[in-house]
Ligand binder design. Structure first.
Ligand code: FES
Ligand code: FE2
Length: 431
């Protein structure tokens, strides 16, 4: 349970809020590269409650400007890409990617008025088919070199989808590993359970349903956030140990997709549109080779072309009571992102965490919230929070360790933790 003040700190990300200033210390995904193809139209984007326009100039470079023209406020996403920038279609003012006003048709020859207009602009970078933006003035840090962002293109799969709720609810769901065998459970005896290969149950769906037994969960602070250890009996006499990470400020690195055995992992980046809506960017990669394109096809089968889920709050997620009797625990289908959206959206657009009652299985969520609150306090006191990476020698992210393995019954969770730390201590940890 959090106090109202703590919940506000964690959930409010608009300009001027402490949480918003915290989020603005880091690069944030602002769109998929596919949304602004070369020669394509500019798009309006809303990020951290700011209305912006994203475009690709004639050289193919992404630019991010304030949505409303500095002249008389018209929407620049209707503009023309030409002459080295974005031109407003109202009176023809032209802006480059840095917000310089290059032309003001109609002003007298020799006028220097255009030099005195500086339109809002933010730096952008394109990495791994994602456009990242830095919504703050001053020298931007580096984008952390997560392995997923540097995997070869055919080893990687990237998409996003809309969540009708605050970003934190989405990301907290990733720290909540205990929900997997319940919410995502397949019923014993069903075709889904039979189809599930035993080894896959270590990383993804399993049939446990109501047979959930004691699980162990532990966490520790790292230089990048919170590392979580989790041992889950699978109901067949074996157990899975997962090592996963909540990464400051709003993402996680978890087993999933192709990464069940540790061969790559999955990043979920929960990006505030505003305080009531968010995008969940998903970046999966396989370390050892090209990804199976079916991974993407299964997910996109429940998505519209503009990255919304077809099963959503407005249609009660198409919950199927017959399926609940015969196949799945939740009746929400076998594609997890539908059930995950249900879990994160139905507490309300901004969950009132003064009303929740967290138990033993929620230890990692409690630790993660404490870690975030401490990082926000760093910002409030004028310090860079943790995981703002400012030099290449501190940008080795190989200690963002993600595993999902059959548990060794002879090994305690603490021994797994010590092993992960051994690896971490070989690396330079930013102070
Ligand atoms: S409003 Fe954009 S040029 Fe006038
Ligand atoms: Fe889930």
């Amino acid at each position: 349970m959090l106090t109202k003040a703590e919940n506000d700190l964690l959930t409010q990300t608009g300009p001027g809020t402490p949480g918003g200033q915290f989020m603005r210390r880091y690069w944030q995904p602002v769109a998929l590269s596919a949304e602004i193809p070369a020669g394509g139209a500019p798009i309006p984007v809303r990020l951290l409650s700011e209305d912006l326009v994203l475009f690709r100039d004639e050289k193919g470079q992404p630019g991010l400007l304030g949505l409303h023209c500095s002249h008389r406020g018209a929407d620049l996403s209707y503009g023309r890409i030409e002459d080295g920038g974005l031109r407003c279609i109202y009176h023809g003012w032209l802006y480059d990617r840095d917000g310089r006003c290059l032309e003001q048709p109609g002003e007298p020859a020799g006028s220097t008025f255009h030099e005195r207009v500086r339109h809002m602009s933010y730096p952008c970078q394109e990495v791994a088919d994602v456009i990242f933006a830095y919504l703050r003035q001053g020298e931007p840090p580096l984008i952390p070199a997560y392995e997923a962002l540097h995997a070869p293109a055919d080893h990687r799969w990237v998409t996003k989808y809309f969540n009708d709720c605050n970003y934190l609810q989405g990301n907290d769901g990733n720290a909540d590993a205990a929900h997997v065998p319940v919410l995502h459970g397949f019923l014993p005896g069903s075709d889904l359970a039979a189809r599930q290969p035993k080894e896959a149950s270590f990383s993804g769906p399993n049939y446990v349903g109501r047979q959930v037994t004691m699980l162990e969960i532990d966490s520790e602070d790292t230089d990048y956030g919170t590392r979580i250890f989790h041992r889950q009996p699978d109901g067949r006499g074996d157990a899975t140990v997962r090592i996963m990470n909540m990464v400051l400020p709003n993402l996680c690195a978890v087993p999933g997709g192709p990464a069940g055995s540790g061969d790559g992992y999955l990043i979920y980046w929960h990006v505030p549109i505003d305080d009531e809506h968010s995008w969940r960017y998903a970046i999966a990669f396989k370390r050892s080779g090209p990804l199976d394109p079916d991974l993407g096809r299964r997910r996109t089968s429940v998505m519209t072309p503009d990255y919304h889920l077809t099963r959503n709050k407005s249609n009660r997620y198409l919950q199927d009571r017959e399926e609940m009797r015969t196949r799945t625990f939740s009746g929400l289908g076998e594609i997890f992102i539908v059930a995950d959206s249900w879990a994160t959206e139905t507490p309300g657009q901004i969950q009132d965490r003064t009303q929740e009652h967290l138990g033993t299985i929620d230890r990692a969520i409690i630790a993660w919230h404490r870690r975030m609150l401490a990082a926000i306090r760093d910002c409030q006191e004028g310090r860079d929070p943790p995981h703002v990476v400012r030099s290449p020698e501190h940008n080795d992210m190989s200690h963002v360790l993600v595993r999902a393995d059959a548990a060794d019954p002879a090994k305690t969770l603490d021994e797994y933790r010590q092993q992960a730390n051994l690896r971490r201590e070989q690396l330079t940890v930013q102070s």
